[in-house]
Design a protein around this ligand. Sequence first.
Ligand code: F6P
Length: 543
Amino acid sequence: MGVETSAAWQALQLHCDSGMGAMHLSSLFGEANRVDRFSLELDELYIDFSKNRITEETLSLLQALAEQQGLKHEIERLLVGEEVNDTEERPALHSALRAQGQDVSGVAEQVQGDVEAVLQKMTQMVDKIRAGHWRGYSGKPITDVVNIGVGGSDLGPLMITHSLQTVHSPVNLHFISSIDGTQTSNLLRGLNQETTLFILASKSFTTIDTLSNAETAKDWLRECIKSDDVIHAQHFIGVSTKPDKMTEWGIPPENQLLFWDWVGGRYSLWSAIGFPIALKIGMPGFRELLQGAHLMDQHFATAPLSENIPVVLGLIDIWNINFLNIHDKAILPYDARLKYLPSYLEQLVMESNGKSVAKSGDSVAYKTCPVLWGEVGPNAQHAFYQLLHQGTQAVMCDFIAPVERDDFDATSHAEKDESLRHQHELALANCFAQSRVLMLGDGAIPDNLKSSFDSPFKHYPGNQPSNTILMKTISAKTLGMLVAMYEHKTYVEGVMWGINSFDQWGVELGKLIAKETYSAIKEKTLAERFDSSTKALIDRVAK
Ligand code: F6P
């Protein structure tokens, strides 16, 4: 019997049916100090979850569900390194990667030596490249570093380095991921073989997307460099859990950075997969990122359920999804530096919880992961917010913004700084206005303007729930906290649904069939046993 038949679930259903389900968000704001009671703060992160259709009773019923599901115990099992990923028979120890020896026990403690050894090796390599001492084949210092990876071996470093774009870096960083080769050929056209270094990042070292891009990069280097040994020694660094495969590909051991199978791909930015981040901000900066995440880990481990940020946010998602029937989630950062956060969270959330079979092996009888997407908020306002405001879809939103900007002098009255401050305030005003209108709908229209909204086409139903997450600034530390918060929230939801958030069997079949299809494109007769649609598509390519 699934969680949906349990007493705690049924109590929530009753709570929903007897009023909360039909309640409009705007009616909840009559309560005094609502925001004080429905917000949490940790160091430089502030989370306002008051714009959700919840009361204190809702939260205590959700907490009862969490207790019934053994959430506290499951949090402990995750953090000490028990085998929470049961289909792959391994722990999920991303939190151990950022502990830097502090506050860990169990397997998480045992791996600290290995983790630190890789951090030390990263330090040597990062310092060498940033100081201009890593030389290309002709003796010139490296100026451009290209990360070749996909999924977790791309999105984390891409998202964090883009978010920290205002930090000066002595090398230019580039990312290529897509199998079609367009990114690779466009990028290589503008680079110089003498001064370009590639990072071949792949947990499994079998991903065809990454290996095919790496082969193209190697062929490009071969246009200038006769010896493959020189190419491998001076122009490639490998990051993987598979040293043998890296060696077989040609990468010498001294250029290899290792991580371990207990680091999930989408949880790997804290491992050597974060090498591009360290190149961008230096190793002290990378350690600040780890420290920020560790702060959130400690909070997750020790805060009571009712004050535990990832727990509360995860439980509110459960309420929205399973009781209020809201199955879409939009991630809306109000700072263009966070452009890749929605893509990053798409993988983290949907690859982790996009599942319909519980750990028991039974199909679940309730909804699990929402469809999650997003875009930089101000741009999205001019694209899909129409649907948020007037569509038929209920959507829960996360608004995310930095309170301060540190990339210009906010106290200076120089014209450029004045106008950037003005723009920052405009962005925040838009962020707060949107969450308010999505909550209140027509109720947000000022009295003196009501008559000009007297039309069915200008009706705003509101009642779209949202969280607002404010970071003091966008820094390595706050990004570490933010990402760890989302990781743990994802785990909390997985525990509530009784699913394994750490495997990804859903993507495996597609990979296998792509191989078979590739053979059929090369050898058309092999397509004979395919369906008529796929056969016709292959025929078109052949013609
Ligand atoms: O597409 C599935 C996936 O396995 C992701 O989980 C992973 O992040 C990505 O592929 C890349 O895998 P790898 O790092 O092994 O190349």
